[in-house]
Ligand binder design. Structure first.
Ligand code: WQD
Length: 354
């Protein structure tokens, strides 16, 4: 796969928040996209909107990466040269309550994907990992070579898959693999047509704030204000989802020219507290966000910050969107779509479900 050449890419979980924004970026770069998504946590409407924004079609297959015959049908159609693997459950709290379904879906599903890719000679992979693999390591900013110590089943599924991919690439150098560790993805495409659409009560801060702003929730519960941080509330490295999408495109281009397995933090290196986020969102949206200080959420680290210097050095990638952009774009999406992607629309290019 040579850099800059348009290739056909399979995106697992492509109907989701980060997947849909990454697909938009890849279509704009001229690549051809096929999506497999089981729609447990997303709606295909997101792809219809991506098609509308880009004027290009996406081939969509409703299916599960655990379904070998479904993957074979996609690969039999030929020309897939790389896979970006987003599909997976991602709620920390839910993973504590249902560890088996997380290991089954996130780890066994990935094993099936890898075995089928290998059988078809497809060995370029970008994997959606997470800063959660660092656990509560206090050494800020977090660097890629720190020991991994995930503290919850969700984070451990990411850590296990990273280890599986490391062993796979060590055993067979034909594999070219990028492990992308996301910090806190937020915001939306500036059009306001695509964005984050959590199914059920949001686990994360940003979608909770936007749902308060649009009147779906009455207040934000601030989880703890007794941390050793400037205002006592948790500090995180929030990164605009469009910067994250650009990071995926850069990693894909890098794999076209470089062998091996590579790990990159995708963050900004700048942290903001919960109260700073609320204030920034109020300023960007002109809304008032009521909040209540409550107890800490178990397992939360006081601070999580990326050292993104390796991605700058290797990929020439650096986040550029500001906190104001993140808030304004998130608000535009939520204001235009108070109920997210609630209408199911048939998709051009939609094959029959597997
Ligand atoms: C951010 C800050 C909370 C909600 C998680 C996953 C991580 C990644 C991103 C998948 C913290 C505080 C939150 C609320 C609050 N997901 N908060 N009230 O926990 O940093 O990361 O999501 O890859 O893997 O661990 O994100 O948005 O939940 O929390 O006060 O209602 O906001 O305590 O300080 P987190 P978050």
């Amino acid at each position: 796969m040579s850099e800059g050449r348009n290739v056909k890419i399979l995106i697992t979980g492509g109907c989701g928040y980060i997947g849909s924004h990454t697909i938009l970026r890849l279509l704009e770069a001229g690549h051809d996209i096929t999506v497999i998504d089981n729609l447990t946590n997303s709606l295909p409407e997101s792809l219809l909107r991506v098609e509308k924004l880009t004027g290009r079609e996406v081939s969509f297959v409703e299916g599960d990466i655990a379904d070998t015959s479904c993957l074979q049908k996609i690969f039999d159609q030929g020309n897939i040269e790389a896979v970006i693997h987003f599909a997976g459950f991602k709620a920390v709290g839910e993973s504590v309550a249902q560890p088996l379904s997380y290991y089954r879906n996130n780890v066994s599903g990935t094993l099936n994907l890898l075995e089928t890719m290998d059988a078809y000679g497809i060995r370029n992979l970008v994997f959606s990992s997470s800063a959660t693999v660092y656990g509560t390591n206090p050494d800020m900013p977090l660097k890629e070579d720190l020991p991994l110590q995930a503290t919850n089943p969700y984070g451990r599924t990411k850590q296990h898959v990273e280890q599986i991919l490391t062993d796979l690439q060590a055993a067979d150098a034909r594999w070219r693999i990028a492990l992308l560790r996301y910090f806190n993805p937020v915001g939306a495409h500036p059009s306001g047509l695509i964005g984050e659409d959590p199914q059920g009560p949001p686990n994360n801060l940003f979608p909770f704030v936007t749902q308060v702003a649009v009147g779906h929730r009455d207040r934000v519960h601030v989880f703890g204000n007794d941390y050793v941080t400037p205002d006592g509330t948790g500090v995180r490295d929030y990164i605009h989802v469009m910067d994250l999408a650009a990071g995926h495109a850069a990693a894909l281009n890098f794999l076209a020219e470089h062998q091996g397995l590579h790990t990159w933090n995708l963050g900004t290196g700048r942290g903001y507290s919960v109260l700073e986020i609320i204030q920034a969102f109020e300023a960007a949206s002109g809304t008032t966000i009521p909040y209540e200080l409550v107890d800490r959420r178990p397992g939360d680290a006081p601070i999580s910050l990326a050292d993104p210097s390796r991605a700058l050095y290797d990929l020439g990638w650096k986040a550029s969107e500001t906190l104001e952009d993140m808030c304004a774009d998130a608000w535009r999406w939520q204001q235009n779509n108070p109920d997210g992607y609630r209408t199911k629309t048939s998709l051009p290019g939609e094959g029959p479900p597997c």
